[in-house]
Write a protein that binds this ligand. Sequence first.
Ligand SMILES: [Zn+2]
Length: 105
Amino acid sequence: MALVQCPVCNKRISSKAPQCPHCSTSSAGDNESALRIAQIKKSQRLMNQSFITMTLFIGGVVVLFWGGEEPEGVRLTAGAVLLTLGFVGYLVTRVQMVINKRKSV
Ligand SMILES: [Zn+2]
């Protein structure tokens, strides 16, 4: 028995359940394609997310290292925050992508 995401209410339900216990959507038949669509939408959202986090990371690098001199004060803080957010966000997004892909198999 595997847990799948209900395409309508996004709650976790059993893949064997004839219908979603939360919103009563039938998970038989054409729900298969609804799940595919939900998954494609999710992977597109993750693509956008990885693009945004990568931009943050590059922004942080630019703020920290642009011009060559040692960053100080606000510039150091802003750069470090951008760099960390971008890096962590990008890693989290990549992990989510792998999980999302694994679910589709
Ligand atoms: Zn549901």
